[in-house]
Design a protein around this ligand. Structure first.
Ligand SMILES: NC(=O)c1ccc[n+]([C@@H]2O[C@H](COP(=O)([O-])OP(=O)(O)OC[C@H]3O[C@@H](n4cnc5c(N)ncnc54)[C@H](OP(=O)(O)O)[C@@H]3O)[C@@H](O)[C@H]2O)c1
Length: 234
């Protein structure tokens, strides 16, 4: 049976790169973002991979969890679930933006969990779930209050979900600043600052995140792992 993957946050960045890599392998991929037209357009751009892989786009809004069950209604079964979606917020305690903080906190903590809840009986028992956190959980920066706390919360999700979903495996990747991310494109001060703090002197790439994703999603012994991929940061 052809393997099936759902990538929420698959319309851009690391999620899109992973969708492209799966499509090339002949895997059936459903990518999701907030907007169905955008998701369908990205899916069309990625579709028809060399080995007959198919990519389909759907709308799932992680920051509106009440609608998630319905949005995933036509997924019959899935082997791998990847949760990468988020909209960053920049927030300090002194100038706290409640709406931005709520959107991000709900998306990563309640939204990710709701996707897993909705699909729990449709995930293959030999399948796995991969969450995306981030280096900010360990290394805060000005304005990272929400990003730091939700990415730390992803570690809590790995701990609880891996127990509750067993034998389905649950892991997370915590990327450092990914140098070729569309999100950082043109932001040389951030990229240069991150490069200087990286022990290898080389920022991780989206391809590095895809390699790590394949490892965690398909290695049968990888469970409950929070994998930092950042080149070593000081
Ligand atoms: N890139 C980095 O340097 C870096 C560093 C640390 C951690 N990370 C983590 O890695 C993951 C991917 O980051 P990225 O930079 O590759 O992503 P990105 O290019 O910023 O793309 C974000 C994705 O999330 C989707 N999204 C945003 N809000 C959503 C919502 N409410 N519901 C569903 N989907 C939503 C977007 O789709 P639409 O716009 O189509 O809705 C898009 O596909 C994130 O979880 C991030 O925290 C990345």
């Amino acid at each position: 049976m052809t393997s099936q993957v759902l990538i929420v946050g698959g319309t851009s960045g690391i999620g899109r790169e992973l969708a492209a890599a799966y499509a090339e392998r002949g895997t059936h991929v459903v990518i999701a973002g907030r907007d169905s037209a955008r998701a369908e357009k990205v899916a069309a751009d990625l579709g028809g991979g060399g080995d007959g892989g198919r990519v389909r786009g759907i709308a799932v809004d992680l920051s509106r969890p009440e609608g998630i069950e319905k949005a995933l209604g036509d997924i019959e079964r899935v082997d791998s679930v990847v949760l990468a979606g988020m909209r960053r917020d920049s927030n300090t305690i002194g100038d706290y933006d409640i709406a931005g903080a709520t959107e991000l906190a709900v998306a990563k903590l309640v939204g990710y969990t709701t996707v897993v809840h909705a699909l729990r009986s449709r995930i293959s028992p030999t399948g796995s779930v991969l969450l995306f956190g981030g280096l900010a959980k360990d290394m805060p920066y000005p304005g990272s209050t929400t990003v730091t706390t939700v990415n730390a919360g992803v570690m809590g999700l790995v701990a609880t979900l891996s127990r509750e979903l067993a034998p389905i495996r649950v892991n997370a990747i915590h990327p450092g600043v990914v140098g070729d991310s569309p999100y950082w494109a043109g932001n040389e001060p951030v990229l240069e600052g991150a490069r200087k703090r990286t022990l290898t002197g080389v920022l991780p790439t989206m391809r590095d995140m895809v390699d790590g994703s394949f490892f965690l999603l398909h290695n049968p012994a990888a469970n409950g792992v929070n994998l930092s991929l950042n080149g070593g940061v000081v």
